[in-house]
Design a protein around this ligand. Sequence first.
Ligand code: ZN
Length: 154
Amino acid sequence: MRKIRELKVKPIKNGTVIDHIPAGRALQVLKILKIPEGKNKVTIGINMESSRMGIKDIVKIENRELHSEEVDQIALIAPKATINIIRDYEVVKKEKVQLRDEIEGLIKCPNPNCISNADEPIKTKFYVVDKEPVTLRCYYCERLIKEEEIKFLF
Ligand SMILES: [Zn+2]
């Protein structure tokens, strides 16, 4: 007898599965990864059931493994995400994203008077003062930035 199968996203042969993204943030993850630039097949699950989170988003990218800078950026908006590297249908590496203590050159300071917004040749820099929820402090103007205020430079 044929089993009744749920309509689930099919497994990928090679690539990366980003799991445990907070529901509604998958599109931000795509932005960080500059998708749809390139030709990789991408499957997105939004509001998927999760025993751990209630609902979550999932992103599967075929034939691409992430760089550590990309993983660091994902940590900013999905601090509990897990990155699964798939090779030949097997998970060969599973890692949790980890927010660093300092973030350089990724996001914009929301303070318009901050020197980092004044066309000076300096990289933005923030200290991570809290990881849950994410709170950052600008190295230059000391402005506190909450998670929902985070704006990437790209
Ligand atoms: Zn600033």
